[in-house]
Write a protein that binds this ligand. Structure first.
Ligand code: AMP
Length: 484
């Protein structure tokens, strides 16, 4: 049923071979550039990282004909340490707000997104990775997770649980967008949803407070929160406003670009999203939703603002912050951060009180947000919040068969105390061992020769200053446990 279905089918093997043959010329041409990139990167990379000089020969030698698909990428150490830190912080902060983790599948029936996101949105009609499964059912890689969370809420009868149900998720999403900085085809979102119970403004405010607490804990630079209320889909509220907006837009139609002209008829609210310079002064003159909210939506919005104030959350109102789908209502918000250029939105969220019902469940209040984790990480990196390259606590420089057996035992003891140990798999000359120990950013080298083992006196070298100390085995283990 979706336009994307046929265009994203897996090519046959024959088609693939033809396409691949054409690409070969390009691969050959680009090899020297890649070589330059890898060598250049390796020269500047920190020791111990996969791009460091010690790993360079293997990287060049194993240059593969396979490359990550456009818009996807490998996340590598040491950067993955920052990803883990971000995710652990999310788990901690969300846990303190009473949220539990949900891990929905990455594959879902295409129909779920067609209904929840909207069959005529760009996401569903152009960007979704959709394929016909072997049983001929249309299946998609999820482009977002709110639909999955709502599907799961219905499937597991969560309305029977104490309400509201508070869930968060972390994982990859897939959209075939034009890749650029901060925009990928496989990207990661950290999101949360509150489902069931009431639509008390305190819930909206608490959800926003939780995201802001998370960003604060990470020291994300330049965080700006914008909020708006888009009312609800009724004649005396948003529907009436959209009709007025559409009429006003028709009057200025000739002054707008082709995209906005098209949207006047398909989705007038989306014109407000326009970033086109020449349209900005025209948009400023358009009717604003705040002047057309019904009394209940107006009161809800005022209460959300008051609640945010009580929680010390600073925000700016932005009347142009809208969502183009009917089931979105009342509170919407967006958060931007520094260092991201044009793709500076790190979080989008809002209330969607009729979505669960739209998917076949009971009437259910709902609000949630999704944070773009890739952009969050980029912004942290731009601000210099990069984790130190993970080194090793101890490098065991062993020489001799006897010493190897002792080294294996020592490594086991130290690792079980949480100390990171590099144990070379083969004997190395002393100088070589020390050289490798410092390339791996080790703090200490533990020197174990057969003599040391026989005497029961082990030498520990501090690599930063070259100082050496001798210890008996139990004291040495004690010393390391205390000093690391
Ligand atoms: P959305 O699900 O479209 O409301 O997006 C929520 C957040 O996900 C955005 O504010 C972005 O930070 C992030 N995001 C959306 N699409 C992408 C993408 N293609 N690449 C990277 N991040 C994205």
């Amino acid at each position: 049923m979706l336009a994307a279905t046929s265009s994203t089918k897996t090519p046959t093997a024959a088609k693939w071979l033809v396409a691949h043959d054409r690409q070969r010329g390009f691969f050959r041409l680009s090899f020297s550039l890649w070589h330059f990139f890898i060598v250049g990167t390796a020269r500047t990379a920190a020791p111990g990282s996969v791009f460091s000089e010690e790993n360079l020969p293997s990287l060049v030698a194993t240059k593969s004909k396979f490359q990550a698909i456009r818009g996807t990428r490998d996340l590598l150490p040491p950067e993955t340490a920052l990803w883990n830190h971000v995710e652990e912080t999310a788990r901690q902060v969300f846990g303190t707000f009473g949220f539990g983790e949900i891990r929905p599948p990455i594959l879902e029936p295409t129909e779920l997104f067609a209904r929840a996101v909207g069959g005529d949105t760009d996401i569903v009609s152009k960007e979704m990775y959709t394929f016909e499964d072997r049983d001929e059912s249309s299946t998609s890689l999820r482009p977002e997770a709110t639909a999955s969370v709502c599907r799961s809420y219905i499937e597991h009868g969560m309305q029977q649980l104490p309400l509201p149900v508070k869930l968060y998720y972390i994982g990859p999403m897939f959209r075939r967008e034009r890749p650029q900085k901060g925009r990928y085809r496989q990207f990661y979102q950290i999101g949360a949803e509150v489902l069931g119970g009431t639509d008390a403004p305190a819930i909206d405010a608490e959800v926003i407070e939780m995201v802001m607490t998370f960003f604060d804990r990470l020291q994300l630079p330049g965080v700006q929160l914008e909020i708006n209320s888009i009312g609800h889909n009724a004649e005396n509220c948003r529907a009436g406003y959209v009709a007025r907006l559409q009429a006003a837009l028709r009057e200025v139609r000739d002054k707008l670009g082709p995209d906005s002209q098209r949207r006047i008829e398909t989705n007038p609210l989306r014109v407000l999203d326009s970033k086109l310079e020449q349209e900005q002064s025209i948009i400023e003159t358009l009717p604003r939703i705040a002047d057309h909210l019904c009394d209940q939506c107006k009161a809800h919005y005022a209460a959300v603002e008051q609640q945010l104030g009580m929680r010390g959350v600073r925000y700016r109102e932005n009347w142009r912050l809208v969502r183009g789908l009917d089931y979105y209502m009342r509170t919407t918000f967006e958060i931007t951060a520094a260092g991201l250029g044009s793709q500076n939105a790190v979080c989008g969220g809002g209330r969607y009180d009729s979505l669960v019902e739209l998917l076949g469940g009971p009437p259910t209040k709902g609000i949630g947000f999704a944070i773009g984790e890739d952009r969050l990480i980029l912004s942290l990196e731009e601000a210099g919040k990069v984790p130190a390259t993970a080194g090793r606590d101890v490098y065991i420089a062993w020489m001799g068969e006897q010493a190897f057996a002792t080294a294996i035992r020592a490594a086991k003891t130290l690792r079980s105390a949480g100390i990171s140990v590099e144990l070379p798999p083969a004997e190395q000359k002393f100088g070589k061992a020390l050289e490798r120990a410092s390339k791996l950013n080790s703090r200490y080298a533990l020197i174990l020769g057969d003599n040391e083992v026989a005497e029961g006196s082990w030498t520990l070298k501090t690599l930063a200053d070259g100082m050496q100390q001798k210890f008996a085995e139990p004291e040495l283990l004690d010393f390391l446990k205390r000093s690391l």
